[in-house]
Design a protein around this ligand. Structure first.
Ligand code: PRP
Ligand code: URA
Length: 209
């Protein structure tokens, strides 16, 4: 079974509580989502491999740690995942960015894929798949399958708010994928919204209804 990391850091929990508040408008919502994405990426990247490299400081030559191994790709699930990309790129500026377009049919809650554009060398990269909301898990499951179909083998899913139903669905379909999230909420309501959640992340990020 894949690992689930719920990040309990006080800054993460504080900022998450702020974006749950329905009174927070688009501008602040965007800023906070960016900041949360950065903080979760710090946790998600804690196991990146290091190698020892020579470095000459102004004082003397030494050996010190440097990132080794696979390069990274950030892949947002459109639209709402876009709100997390800039925050991640502030930490990992050399990462390439792919896009997977997916929306939920509001009647069936089934995901519909409408766009996939990934770096050519996606198979050689560790992928951070990002979406603020993991509800039924349908969108994340299909996005992971789309990545695997194109050769990706090392994938982490970063979300802000997750429902237990979505976590279970991803774990069953993709036991190799680690999930990093700021919160595991109570569950889903009859309309497929996460409870207590934060509402429709895409609409709140982009000011649409
Ligand atoms: C939201 C969210 C996820 C999906 C989660 O996107 O950003 O992609 O729903 O739900 P699921 O786990 O039940 O699949 P939405 O379909 O609202 O599209 P949007 O990002 O374009 O607003
Ligand atoms: N998508 C959202 O944006 N919010 C939810 O609560 C569920 C799916």
């Amino acid at each position: 079974m894949s690992e689930v990391i719920e990040v309990k850091h006080p800054l993460v929990q504080h900022k998450l509580t702020m974006i749950r508040n329905e009174a927070v408008g688009t501008k602040d919502f965007r800023t906070l989502v960016d900041e949360l994405a950065m903080l979760l990426t710090y946790e998600a990247s804690a196991d990146l491999p290091l190698e020892t490299v020579p470095v000459k400081t102004p004082v003397q030559e030494t050996k010190a740690a440097s990132l080794a191994g696979k390069k990274l790709a950030v892949v947002p699930i459109l639209r709402a995942g876009l709100g997390m990309v800039d925050g991640i790129l502030q930490l990992i500026p050399a990462a390439k960015v792919g896009h997977i377009g997916m929306y939920r049919n509001e009647a069936t809650l089934e995901p519909v894929e409408y766009f996939v554009k990934l770096p050519e060398d996606i198979a050689q990269r560790e992928v951070l798949l990002v979406d603020p909301m993991l509800a039924t898990g349908g969108s994340a499951k299909d996005a992971i399958s789309a990545l695997k179909l194109r050769g990706a083998t090392q994938i982490k899913l970063i979300t802000l708010v997750s429902a237990p139903e979505g976590i279970q669905a991803v774990q069953e379909a993709h036991p190799d994928v680690t999930i990093v999230t700021a919160s595991i909420d109570e569950g889903l309501n009859d309309e497929g919204y996460i409870v207590p959640g934060l509402g429709d992340a895409g609409d709140r990020l982009f000011g649409t209804h």
